[in-house]
Write a protein that binds this ligand. Structure first.
Ligand SMILES: [Zn+2]
Length: 413
């Protein structure tokens, strides 16, 4: 008889491609890393079995979290009661973005040195010292802000380099769509004036259903800055999303097209789009304690290294083929890069030349340095916030967008 602990378990036939991949990957993580059987969901009373659900006895042990400290933070937040924290989804559903949010920021709650180190790496020109890391946070009283239940999934409060209070409100997305309802009311519109981040004539298009939730999150951040008694000198909404969620990236592009010029100026913007792979490339460059390195490695395995569950699992286990190779020199690279079919290691990346044969500076906030050439081989770089990822281009594409399109189409996995 099969041991159900090592089975991937039932999947869901109506998932889109990305959700199906992620559901399978969560099922793989449960079976092969946690080594526990699948449970029922997605609601507490559901009787359907799914590979991505934990049984309640395993959920109660905190297995939806990458370690005990994060589990403790999640339990503590649930005990506080306020806000949209659904315990079953949080503790039992491995596919939910809420446990991902705790897994991503939970380690920082009781270790503000760690929080400061990591966020300084993302925004060296902004962050002085992190003061608080909260989950499901909204300012109160609601009547003085948006008069609704909009809240940030995570909230980072910090002192900037001049000791002024600032914040990062965070929306995290894994596979769920943004809420598809259109909300629009006077208590939103009153925050929109000539100084606000939106184009003056956006009209109804800003409230359009695909990005309505993004707009409300952004409005919440903006209202906290504009509130008559605001204690914040600066602040932003950051969207943390999965790089393979193509639909979400299109929604972001549409939303960004409704923002004004000031908003698009890099240093002052109040909306930041942050793909998870870029955030990890930045955080992985920070020297950390063993405990924290393990946490980040586990995070990448659970959420970014989807290729692991794509392989034939027996082949994987028998050959221990858990190393990923640079597509230029063949050396081992960080496993999280393996979500790309043609990853390039840091060493190769460091000798990249522009098309004019000039060395390409490592750090760059612009996309000017594309494509780059390593030993004459064309590669593309994804840049964001001083982090970057280099990928070999086997198609000889003319633009980064064409490369994104082709590399998805060309997937043979
Ligand atoms: Zn290499």
């Amino acid at each position: 008889m099969n041991d159900s602990r090592f089975e991937l378990g039932p999947q869901y036939s109506k998932d889109n491609i990305f959700t199906a991949k992620m559901r399978l990957h969560q099922s793989w993580f449960r079976a092969h890393i946690l080594k526990v059987p699948f449970g029922t969901g997605p609601k507490p009373e559901s009787t359907n079995l799914f590979g991505n659900m934990l049984r309640t006895e395993d959920a109660n042990k905190g297995l939806n979290f990458l370690n005990q400290s994060i589990f403790n933070v999640a339990k503590q937040r649930v005990a506080e009661g306020k806000g949209a924290v659904e315990p079953f989804r949080l503790f039992n559903n491995m596919l939910s973005s809420q446990p991902m949010c705790f897994n991503l920021f939970g380690m920082m709650v009781n270790d503000l040195d760690l929080a400061t180190t990591l966020w300084k790496q993302v925004f060296p020109d902004k962050i002085g010292r992190i003061r608080r890391v909260l989950f499901e946070y909204a300012p109160e009283p609601k009547g003085e802000y948006l008069e609704d239940n909009t809240a940030f999934d995570a909230f980072i409060e910090y002192l900037d380099l001049d000791d002024k209070l600032s914040f990062i409100g965070i929306e995290t997305k894994l596979t769920e769509k943004f809420s598809q309802k259109i909300y629009d009311k006077e208590s939103y519109r009153k925050w929109m004036n000539e100084n606000s981040p939106w184009l003056p004539n956006v009209g109804d298009s800003i409230a359009q259903k695909d990005h309505n939730q993004l707009w409300r999150d952004h409005l919440l951040a903006w209202s906290m800055l504009e509130h008559k008694d605001s204690k914040y000198n600066s602040g932003m909404l950051m969207l943390v999303r999965h790089p393979e969620d193509v639909k979400c990236s299109r929604v972001v592009q549409e939303y960004e097209s409704l923002l004004n010029e000031n908003e698009l100026a890099y240093s002052d913007r109040t909306f930041y789009d942050m793909p998870l792979d870029i955030l990890m490339s930045i955080w992985k460059s920070v020297p950390l304690s063993d405990n924290n390195s393990t946490w980040l490695a586990k995070f990448c395995l659970r959420y970014l290294e989807l290729h692991v569950s794509d392989f034939n699992l027996e082949f994987w286990n028998v050959n221990g083929k858990n190393d990923v190779r640079c597509s230029i020199c063949g050396c081992k690279v960080d496993k999280f890069l393996a979500m790309y079919q043609w990853p390039v290691c840091d060493k190769c990346s460091s000798i990249a030349l522009s098309k004019d044969g000039e060395p390409v500076e490592g750090r760059g906030d612009t996309e000017d340095h594309n494509p780059v050439f390593i030993n004459g081989i064309k590669c593309w770089r994804r840049y964001r916030f001083g982090g970057w990822i280099t990928i070999k281009d086997p198609f000889n594409c003319r633009s980064l967008n064409e490369f994104y399109r082709k590399s998805q189409m060309g997937s043979d996995k």
